[in-house]
Ligand binder design. Structure first.
Ligand code: SIN
Length: 459
């Protein structure tokens, strides 16, 4: 068995099976057996099951939020938001299930009738991270089911309890046995078994670029389709004409969510010299007012980091930025929380960092806002694009034309204009470059699980 621990205290809050290859193959077998009946259901029938699950999820918000907070550590208020976000994925996928139907295709030849028939990809896999233990699975399961696929899923071993609660909820909503099969245990062993077996026809993964590369190699063996949502390294541009208070509000909303541990958290603040000082001071004032503590405490705005390695990385980034001449305006180190492990980092704002500091070269995944000055909009765009990652980017400006121009020149999958939280279950979430490929959410998310059969009939 694997113990699941509260990241704030280290206390064991549950345990799950340490599944290996036999469990992984057994799950594939169950998903394969369930596939024919599930794919035969109409889109409207599949939508009804998804809507039932959505409704149960909204009713169970408090219970699910408590599970998320207990295993991830994020503040309860954020966990409630995550439950809503997850329910939105079920709702959005249900809409798409109802819309998915064969399409007539225009032909130049009058003696032919052309159609495109949407078929489910088949048995699909999901590997999900610990930062959104419910939403990242809902985001993969809901569209897979909408398209008529059945699924095997491996949640992070740090946060498997939300995934198990989700699978139970789906069963209660009437999802037939075998349609969603959770396997807990070592990711490499489980995914290795799935790839070697060959019956899993697609895998959707959210996690690191490093693991994404390994999965790409493994997928080659049986030519398995992939969606990869890998790391981010989001630039947050504050242009000279920005409304600074609005920019600070957007930065606060995006930067300190899940203690800075999301792939779309602003990681590099790139600010025009004329507003750098004002923006940095106001951001530091707001950040230093955030209450750091256990997620279960209603006053908490920033919870613990997920583990000791995460804390060590964040500290390296802070030390490097300061050593390179950056000024730590607030935070800068750990905060002691009574009765807890030493895993809490104070919201940190560092002004005047070098363009080549560590935090500008790699994702921090923590509550640190390094701010670099730039002399022009073009320099801001060039610095924003000076990375192989490309998930999200943010632009703060009062001018709509500038927003359009800058937004279109940023090399990434998602651009937020004067907002700090861009996540929406109805929109195509995903990146480019080292941030991966494939989209999740809305019709784009469902499309990833559809294989179109082209029918060409003589008539
Ligand atoms: C992520 O961190 O991977 C997802 C963030 C989100 O959906 O908001």
């Amino acid at each position: 068995m694997i113990d699941v621990r509260d990241p704030a205290t280290g206390q064991v809050i549950g345990s799950v099976p340490a599944g290996g290859s036999p469990e992984a193959i057994d799950a594939i077998g169950r998903a394969a057996s369930a596939l024919p009946a599930w794919r035969e259901r109409s889109g409207a029938q599949r939508a009804a099951t998804l809507r039932g699950a959505e409704s149960l999820m909204r009713q169970r918000k408090e219970r699910l939020a408590a599970i998320i907070t207990s295993e991830n550590g994020k503040p309860l208020e954020e966990s409630r938001g995550e439950v809503d976000y997850s329910a939105d994925y079920l709702a959005s996928a249900a809409d798409e299930a109802e819309r998915l139907h064969p399409e007539s295709v225009r032909s130049r030849r009058p003696d032919r009738r052309l159609r495109a028939i949407p078929d489910p990809v088949g048995v699909v896999g999901a590997i999900t991270p610990w930062n959104f233990p419910l939403a990242m699975l809902a985001r993969k399961t809901a569209p897979a089911l909408a398209a008529g696929c059945t699924q095997v899923a491996k949640p992070s071993e740090l946060t498997p309890l939300s995934a198990i609660a989700f699978a139970e909820l789906l069963a209660e909503a009437g999802l037939p046995d075998g349609c969603v099969n959770i396997v807990t245990g070592d990711a490499a062993t489980i995914s290795g078994a799935w790839f070697s077996d060959g019956r899993m026809r697609k895998l959707s993964f959210t996690g690191s670029t490093e693991t994404g590369r390994i999965l790409m190699h493994a997928a080659a063996q049986h030519v398995v389709r992939l969606s990869l949502e890998l790391g981010g390294h989001a630039p947050f541009l504050v242009l000279a004409d920005a409304d600074i208070d609005a920019a600070v509000a957007a930065a606060m909303a995006g930067k300190f969510r899940v203690a800075g541990q999301t792939c779309v958290c602003p990681n590099r603040f790139i600010v025009r010299a004329s507003v750098h000082g004002t923006f940095a001071q106001r951001l530091a004032a707001a950040a230093s007012a955030l209450v750091v503590g256990r997620g279960s405490d209603p006053a908490t705005k920033v919870g613990p980091l997920i583990n000791d390695d995460a804390v060590a990385k964040v500290e390296r980034h802070i030390a490097d930025a300061a050593a390179g001449g950056g000024t730590v305006l607030c935070g800068g180190g750990r905060v002691r929380v009574s009765g807890c492990l030493d895993r809490f980092v104070a919201p940190t704002v560092i002004a005047g960092v070098r363009h080549d500091c560590l935090a500008f070269r790699e994702e921090t995944f923590g509550p640190v806002a390094p701010i670099a000055e730039v002399g022009s909009v073009d320099e801001a765009i060039a610095l924003a694009n000076a990375t192989p990652w490309g998930l999200a980017a943010y632009v703060m400006t009062r001018d709509a034309a500038t927003l359009e121009r800058v937004g279109s020149q940023l090399r990434c999958g998602i651009v937020g204009g004067n907002v700090g939280v861009i996540s929406d279950a109805y929109a195509p979430f995903g990146g480019c470059g080292w941030s991966g490929f494939g989209r999740e959410g809305g019709r784009w998310g469902v499309e990833e699980y559809v294989s179109w059969t082209y029918r060409c009939d003589a008539c």
